[in-house]
Structure formats: structure tokens, C-alpha cells
Design a protein around this ligand. Structure first.
Ligand code: OAD
Length: 272
């Protein structure tokens, strides 16, 4: 199988190619833990291990649409901690930005709702927010949009907002994708893109939630898939050209950047 050095050489070659190379990146909560945002499933630090105070029937209920209908308060209790604004992108986010600057980023598929990839300077049209984000909110019954400022206030006050249409009075929730809800249209419009990739990089995700978890398997057999993660997940490692970079992703992207001759550039981009 390939080494980090080989992937670094490949990145450099993709940058030099007349017809720019195409890198697809897939990320999850693990790329934001060093920014101070907990992931979901890490054994002691993950969000799901720390929800006892919410008295949920099971941890994932806090993001379950049927449960939300009957009891929306636990979500709003948690929303305060997850609401974007207080966090700075990590060097892993900057690495994705660097791929874009090098004109080799085909698409970033993220499961994260923290908006840090946008903050790091990855443009909107390069990001598929597969699990939505806090950027919009609406009534779960009639879908009427709800104002951003009202949502910010409700979250600050741990209060459940209701539909602006008083006759409807449905529950309002940020347009993050709950269990039992459809993924956004942009996910389905772009889900075939991994087939076109020259290189696939998967970082900071347990790949345990479908349909997102199925994306890496769409890459062609000859496309190297690099996993930069604390643990081996999703069957990556099963193909001859898969590369495992196990450990912290900030350290992993530094290794990769070093191998491509981009480390100084990456550090400078992140320090800005
Ligand atoms: P998980 O918490 O399931 O997985 C995070 C992964 O990142 C784990 O494999 C960790 O070992 C790894 N990890 C944590 N910190 C890391 C670090 N510093 N460096 C490298 N790896 C690290 O989070 P996701 O895979 O994003 O959905 O979870 C997927 C979805 O499940 C989320 O989008 C969320 C959740 O329920 C919804 O809320 C709809």
C-alpha cells in the first residue's frame, strides 16, 4: 500500500497537472475537536457520552425528529453549546482551504454544522453540508422560514421558538438534519462526484451514519483513499491503494503537507 510520502508526491503532481487534479474530501466532527467542539461518539469526551443530564431515552434522541416533536427542549438545551460563533478553524480546516487555493479541491463533503470550513475560507460552492447547518431555520410543519435573530435569542434563552404563522404554531428548528429527516438536495446532486476523484481524503469521522458513510466506497478502485483519523473506520484500508494515517488529524495534515512541500504555506494560511 501507499505511504504518506507517496500521497504527498501525488498532491504535488495534481497541482502541476495542466488539467487540475480532483481531490474529494469527506469530514466529520473529529476535525473540530481541537477547536474545542466535542465530537459525538468518542468514548468519554463525545457529546453522546455526556447527555445524562438531559434524561434522554437514548443519546441520539436529541437529534431525532420524532423525539423532537414530543420534547424539543433537550435539543435547545444543547444548541447553546453547538451554536457557531465562538470557535476558530483548525489547521485541518486550513488544509482543505489550501487544496482549494491550489485549485485541486473538487468538493468537500462535511457532516459538520459548525460552519468552520466556510470560516477557513473554503467557498460555499465547494462545500456540501450533508447534515445541514445553523445558517437557516424553519417550522417543522409548514416549513415557513424563521428569522435568524429570533433563533439566536431563543437559543440564548433555551426557549423553543414557534412558527411565525400563529395559526400553524409548529415547532421551529435550525435546518440541521435530524435522524428521520432527508438530507439536503445538494447532497444527492453531488453524491456521484467521488467517482470522478483522483484522490479521496477522509478525516475526523466515524463513518457511522448513512448515507454519508457510503461516499468513500463510490471512489473508483484505483483512486487512493487516505484516512486521517484517530481510529480505523468504514472499511478504509481494505483496498490496495488505501492509506491509513492514524492519530490526530492536525498532525496528519501537517505530515501530508510536509510531504507535498506545502507545510510552511499551510502554517502561514492557518496563522492568518
Ligand atoms: P463521530 O463522533 O461519530 O466520529 C468522530 C471521529 O473522529 C471518531 O472516529 C474519532 O475517533 C475521530 N476523532 C476525534 N477527534 C479527532 C482528532 N483530533 N483527530 C482525528 N480524529 C479524531 O462524528 P461524525 O462522524 O461526524 O449527525 O458523526 C456523524 C454524524 O453523527 C454527525 O453529523 C451527527 C451525529 O449524530 C447529526 O447530528 C445529524
Amino acid at each position: 500500500s501507499r505511504s504518506v510520502e507517496a500521497v504527498g508526491r501525488m498532491l504535488k503532481a495534481l497541482e502541476k497537472k495542466e488539467e487540475k487534479g480532483r481531490v474529494v474530501v469527506m469530514t466529520g466532527a473529529g476535525i473540530s475537536t481541537s477547536a474545542g467542539i466535542p465530537d459525538f461518539r468518542s468514548p468519554t469526551t463525545g457529546l453522546y457520552a455526556n447527555l445524562a443530564r438531559l434524561r434522554l431515552p437514548y443519546a441520539e434522541a436529541v437529534f431525532d425528529i420524532a423525539y423532537f416533536r414530543s420534547n424539543p427542549l433537550p435539543f435547545y438545551t444543547l444548541a447553546q453549546e453547538l451554536y457557531p460563533g465562538n470557535y476558530r478553524p483548525t489547521i485541518t480546516h486550513s488544509f482543505v482551504r489550501l487544496l482549494h487555493d491550489k485549485r485541486i479541491l473538487l468538493k468537500l463533503f462535511t457532516q459538520n454544522i459548525d460552519c468552520l470550513e466556510r470560516e477557513a475560507g473554503v467557498p460555499d460552492d465547494k462545500i456540501v453540508e450533508a447534515h445541514g447547518s445553523f445558517a437557516r431555520q424553519s417550522c417543522i410543519e409548514c416549513k415557513t422560514p424563521y428569522p435568524q435573530e429570533g433563533m439566536r435569542e431563543a437559543i440564548r434563552e433555551k426557549r423553543v421558538p414557534r412558527c411565525v404563522d400563529a395559526a400553524c404554531n409548529g415547532l421551529v428548528k435550525p435546518e440541521i438534519v435530524f435522524f428521520g429527516e432527508q438530507l439536503p438536495r445538494e447532497f444527492f446532486e453531488n453524491r456521484e462526484l467521488p467517482r470522478e476523484a483522483d484522490l479521496c481524503i477522509v478525516m475526523g469521522t466515524s463513518l457511522s451514519v448513512q448515507p454519508f458513510a457510503g461516499l468513500p466506497s463510490l471512489c473508483r478502485e484505483e483512486t487512493p483513499r487516505v484516512l486521517i483519523n484517530m481510529e480505523q473506520v468504514g472499511g478504509i484500508g481494505s483496498r490496495a491503494d488505501d492509506v491509513l494515517v492514524l492519530g490526530d488529524c492536525d498532525a496528519g495534515v501537517r505530515k501530508l503537507a510536509e510531504a507535498a512541500g506545502w507545510l510552511e504555506e499551510l502554517e502561514a494560511l492557518w496563522a492568518r
